[in-house]
Design a protein around this ligand. Structure first.
Ligand SMILES: *Cc1c(COP(=O)(O)O)cnc(C)c1O
Length: 327
């Protein structure tokens, strides 16, 4: 028997699912659909809402009073964590990469509005400073709860197993061929792999890698595999996961994390002007642009039915205004 941990209600689920008819016609390609996790309803939405429903339930069960997490200055994860903590009456400490900017906008502005306490960490945008900060809080008598970078551990990942279940109850997945999404810290990817195994094993789950891989890090496909396997084990899902299940497309990492190029710009314009839907500059524009490129190259066949899983992030558009508008 699977043992799914307890869950809070922070967003509005199921999120919408619909077709992209204008875009499909325009591309003369496969039939395209979209799962709208940009509309989770918490603080302008995004995929981290799902993870936080499980992570913060765990924090409450453990009696924690300070939520600590990390990310980039324009982190969608940090913005949603700050909002969720505010709603639950918890203090939120955000360890952000870089230094305090002159102009505060986008997600960072929202972090402030939600009352988060911001600690600038220079080059350490992935939570390298968290352990020492947690220790300092404990010495002050606080009970900190660590939400890992991107909310990506097995507790975060289970939320995308349940998200897949949600999708399978919303639409008959019989004739669908793949789900494509932005993959960065791993829990969305790991959870969707497990969900597909359980609820629609014929559907290919393809993550488009967002970050450039550095030689010093564990290969990202290993990270996803390990997380999927750990989640499978911890939650007693009883599935059999193999490395072959991790389908990761790393051809679109461009000039690195958060660098907006032609691919991202044209993806943002294409979806905005065909369907009136916004992508974010860092994650979904890269993944959507990659999908469009695969369609144009014929790697995704015309007869397919493809779902783009929109993971949110539009608040960052405003802080990237110059990069998006420049031609
Ligand atoms: C965090 C994030 C992702 C990546 O999800 P992971 O679970 O970290 O891989 C994708 N899109 C947006 C908008 C995000 O904020």
């Amino acid at each position: 028997m699977a043992s799914i941990p307890s869950r809070l209600h922070l967003g509005f689920f199921p999120t919408a699912f619909h077709e992209l008819p204008q875009l499909s016609t325009q591309l003369n390609g496969p039939q395209l659909f979209i799962k709208r996790d940009d509309l989770t309803g918490l603080a302008l939405g995004g995929n981290k809402t799902r993870k936080l429903e499980f992570l913060l339930a765990d924090a409450q069960e453990k009696g924690c009073d300070v939520i600590v997490t990390a990310g980039a200055a324009q982190s969608n994860h940090c913005r949603q964590t700050a909002a969720a903590a505010a709603k639950l009456g918890l203090t939120c400490h955000l360890m952000l990469g870089g230094a305090a900017p002159d102009r505060v906008n986008g997600n960072l502005l929202l972090d402030e509005l939600f009352g988060a306490h911001i600690i600038w960490c220079g080059d350490n945008r992935k939570g390298e400073n968290i352990p020492s900060h947690i220790e300092a809080l404990q010495q002050q008598g606080k009970k900190p709860y660590l939400v890992p970078y991107g909310g990506s551990n097995h507790i975060g990942a289970i939320s995308f197993y349940t998200a897949f279940e949600e999708l399978s109850q919303q639409v008959d997945l019989k004739n669908f061929t793949r789900i494509i999404f932005a993959s960065s810290s791993g829990a969305t990817h790991a959870g969707l792999i497990l969900g597909a195994k359980q609820f629609a094993p014929h559907v290919e789950v393809m993550g488009i890698k967002i970050d450039k891989e550095s030689a010093a890090e564990q290969p990202f496909s290993d990270v996803v595999y390990t997380l999927a396997e750990q989640t499978n084990r911890e939650m007693a899902l009883g599935l059999s996961v193999s490395r072959k299940d991790v389908i990761l497309n790393n051809r679109f990492t461009g000039s690195g994390y958060g660098v907006v190029g032609e691919l991202e710009k044209s993806a943002i314009q294409l979806l905005a002007q065909s369907e009136g839907i916004l992508l974010d500059p860092v994650y979904t524009a890269r993944a959507f642009g990659g999908m469009i490129e695969m369609i144009r190259q014929g790697e995704i066949a015309t007869g397919e039915k493809v779902i783009f899983w929109h993971t949110g992030g539009a608040p960052a558009l405003f802080s990237y205004a110059e990069a998006i508008r420049s031609s």
